[in-house]
Design a protein around this ligand. Structure first.
Ligand SMILES: Cc1ncc(COP(=O)(O)O)c(C=O)c1O
Length: 387
């Protein structure tokens, strides 16, 4: 029998699926971009490495926000968002037969790009059973360790929203130096944290180690500059996923490798955007805006978690990010549960299995949804769970 979609039956579709901020960047940020767009001489090919003004502002920012100082222009370059940086870095680093270890569940690009380049991927479970901080030694054989080329990490973590402890991050740097591999740290959500709300915090989260109130940069760990590169993005923290701008920072040789690939693939980020972001990072309104944005997501996060817990859904409180990671009720595959939810109520949430095998049993709710839609979504979910 032909299945009739919820929309065809007149159900209103509401999405809490994609992580794409619903709010615009602040007006003052857009005004700066408009000025830079009108500036004469900003419209030719940009430098492949990026604009030195953005590099200087980015280095000052990582020093004030993450305590990572002493870096120079060789340690930084502009990206067209972190997706581009991650994908091109894999091209720069990975050869067929290499082993690439990565979080599971994960942002899919780590795995798809590694496999495209003929690598063997190893899942590190970012899961309640590992307190969301898996020890790579437990998941790689010594034969795989000998071929280990890259260790991907992503804290704050998409999709679970968990932050790592400093001790854990330091142990990863020690491990990478011992094994001679590279750490690629994806910091796309580094500015959206909830000030201690995350981690175990005596809530339903299964964690045991006390989490920091603010995410740490891998580059703040001892010895990290020998082996690590970190991808920062303005997409989520400034509500500008469409601008396509971020930066890579870290080991100079890794920056050089990324530059070599990028210069053969793309032609850099529009100078007006880079100059605007340099001014935004240096502007006295920058840090207050980031704080306001955090408070905004935290308020949504508390509202959504309160409602979910009221429905009896078990939630792993995020310490950061724009996501809430929830256990799928009943013993049903997450894809089936989410499909039924969509079909019967018109509500879109993301099945955990879409992010990896250790995402099974969970679903992800995105907080980048307008408040009125959140209310509708929670009503739909309440009605569905009560059936
Ligand atoms: C973990 C993670 N990394 C990277 C990205 C890509 O971000 P950007 O817009 O900077 O390319 C995303 C986007 O959703 C993400 O969730």
């Amino acid at each position: 029998m032909r299945r009739v979609s919820g929309r065809a039956r007149g159900l209103e579709t509401v999405s809490m699926g994609i992580g794409d901020p619903d709010r615009d960047p602040p007006e003052w940020v857009r005004a700066i971009l408009a000025e830079e767009v009108m500036r004469e001489g900003s419209h030719r090919y940009p430098s492949y490495k990026g604009h030195p003004q953005l590099h200087a502002a980015a280095l000052a920012y990582v020093e004030r926000s993450f305590g990572v100082g002493g870096l120079g222009d060789a340690n930084v370059m502009t990206t067209i968002g972190s997706k581009e940086g991650i994908a091109n870095l894999v091209t720069a680093l990975v050869n067929p037969g290499d082993v690439i270890a990565m979080p599971d569940p994960m942002y899919p690009v780590f795995g798809t790009m590694s496999r495209l380049h003929g690598a063997e991927t190893v899942s590190l479970p970012v899961h309640p059973s590992t307190d969301f901080m898996p020890d790579p030694r437990q998941y790689l054989s010594s034969e795989q360790e000998a071929r280990l080329r890259v260790l991907f990490i992503n804290y704050p973590h998409n999709p679970t929203g968990q932050i790592a402890t400093r001790a854990y991050l330091q142990s990863l740097v020690d491990y990478a130096r011992e094994r001679g591999c590279v750490i690629v740290s994806d910091m796309a959500y580094g500015e959206i944290f909830f000030g201690g709300a995350g981690g175990p915090a005596g809530q339903t989260s299964a964690g045991t180690a006390a989490r920091p109130t603010k995410p740490d940069s891998i580059l703040a760990m001892d010895g990290a500059l020998d082996c690590a590169i970190e991808m920062h993005s303005f997409s989520k923290s400034f509500n500008m996923t469409g601008w396509r701008v971020g930066f890579a920072v870290g080991n100079a040789q890794l920056i050089g490798g990324l530059l070599q690939v990028k210069s053969n693939i793309d032609s850099g980020c529009f100078n007006a955007i880079q100059l605007a972001m340099a001014r935004v990072l240096d502007d006295p309104r920058c840090d207050p805006f980031l704080a306001e944005n955090r408070a905004h997501y935290k308020q949504r996060m508390e509202k959504v978690i309160g409602a979910l817990e009221g429905m009896g859904i078990k939630v792993h409180r995020p310490g950061a990010s724009i996501f809430v990671w929830c256990e799928t009720p009943g013993n049903v595959p997450s894809i089936d549960w989410c499909s039924r939810l969509l079909d019967e109520t018109g509500l879109v949430v993301s099945p955990g299995a879409a992010y990896g095998q250790y995402g099974e049993g969970f679903f992800r709710i995105s907080l980048s949804t307008p408040d009125a839609d959140i209310d509708k979504a929670l009503d739909k979910l309440r009605e569905f769970v009560a059936r």
